[in-house]
Design a protein around this ligand. Structure first.
Ligand SMILES: [Zn+2]
Length: 392
């Protein structure tokens, strides 16, 4: 049975009043974003990540008070993961996902400082996804100010999202396991919420052959390069643009010299799929790979870095709440499926109701024109507040 309340659950929440309260605090939302974005948090800089995370925790304590629960998981290699619990009514928590790492290297701010220009805030990481976390915190503040109860909240701060969430994945899954729903404050796609995300597979195919002199004794050799070449053709043939499947062998290595039948060869493969069926299809294809020459061996390593988030009824039901909340503001909320993956993919693969892209309105993720609108921050914060309140 779905834990998601019907869309009418937001009707009892005065979204316009929440919006007015937030709108009156625009300068504070902007200040919070600027202070956060002025701390660089590149995924590969442990010292900066620690500093950034400390700032976030301190700021959250100021805005929301001390959490009733806190778990700190030391990563060692990338950013740490912190899970904060906030008390609420009811027994099932709502899990809120945010990552504080960015793709921007240390020193980016020197040439590209955070800038507020009217309704627009630009700077490294503002759209992906520092504004999203600011909006989430202010959504909770707005509910409290209006005396609207909310369910217990579990906020996960992730520090390795931009490098594949390898450390954080089990922690994310643990934080989502008993949740009524999962809200992901990643940026919107041109304002649209993300109800579908492609799955991303990273594989390596390794072929082992038999080395031999290419001129004197070619028959006794089995070429690993020949095996990999056949694999590349089979894999690329599995690309299907209509189905949204892309298979790209981006790197091929193999052999030692032109006059030696190659003993080893490798291919690095990136796969993107839009559906579970396509994911299964690729898995089956990879399992079926066999050497053309029986003396050779072909082995596949790797797996799905991010399982597919396929639009489904559970996801639609949370989107319906957001959509109904936005209607109260006269805003027609759109939904879309995107190629990029997020931590929302992990939660979706567990069969949970997930709403992703609930964060900033703006553009330029991973690009030099990265920016958000303050109007969007206020609007989406109010919508998020209503969605959160619907689970009370
Ligand atoms: Zn992101």
């Amino acid at each position: 049975m779905s834990a998601v309340p019907p869309p009418s659950a937001v009707d009892g929440v005065d979204v316009a009043a929440l919006h007015r309260w937030l709108d009156a605090r625009r300068p504070q939302l902007v200040d919070d974003l600027v202070a956060y974005a002025e701390l660089e948090t590149p995924s590969d800089d442990l010292a900066l990540l620690k500093k950034g995370l400390a700032h976030v925790e301190e700021w959250l304590a100021e805005r929301l008070g001390p959490p009733v629960g806190r778990a700190h998981h030391e990563s060692g290699e990338h950013g740490d993961v912190v899970v904060l619990e906030y008390a609420g009514t009811g027994d099932r928590p709502l899990t809120l996902l945010a990552h504080y790492d960015t793709v921007w290297s240390a020193g980016t701010l020197d040439g590209w400082p955070v800038r507020v220009d009217g309704d627009r805030v630009s700077g490294p990481g503002v759209f992906d996804m520092k504004a999203g976390l600011v909006q989430a915190a202010w959504a909770v503040r707005a509910l409290r100010a209006a005396d609207v109860p909310h369910p217990p909240l579990r906020l996960l701060l992730n520090g390795d999202e931009e490098v594949g969430s390898r450390f954080s994945r089990p922690l994310i899954e643990q934080a989502c396991a008993d949740a009524a729903a999962v809200l992901v404050f990643e940026a919107s796609a041109d304002g649209a919420l993300k109800t579908g995300r492609k799955g991303v597979g990273i594989f390596e195919v390794a072929a082992r052959g038999v080395e031999a002199h290419a001129g004197l004794d070619p028959e006794s050799g089995a070429s690993a390069v020949d095996e990999i070449a056949r694999v590349v053709l089979q894999l690329h043939a599995a690309s299907d643009s209509a189905a949204g499947t892309t298979v790209n062998v981006g790197v091929v290595r193999g052999g030692t010299r032109s006059n030696v039948v190659a003993g080893t060869a490798h291919a690095d493969v990136d796969v993107r799929v839009r559906s579970v069926a396509a994911q299964d299809h690729i898995d089956a294809l990879l399992q079926r790979l066999t050497p053309h020459d029986p003396r050779a061996e072909v082995a596949v390593r790797g797996g799905w870095n991010r399982p597919v988030m396929e639009p489904n009824a559970a996801i639609s039901s949370v989107f319906a709440l957001a959509s109904r909340a936005a209607e109260q503001l006269g805003v027609e909320l759109r939904e879309t499926s995107v190629g990029g993956a997020s931590d929302g993919n992990f939660a979706a693969a567990m069969g949970l109701p997930v709403l992703d892209g609930l964060g900033a309105v703006g553009g330029g993720a991973h690009a030099r024109h990265e920016h958000v609108t303050v109007t969007g921050m206020v609007e989406r914060s109010a919508v998020a507040a209503a969605v959160i309140a619907a689970f009370r």
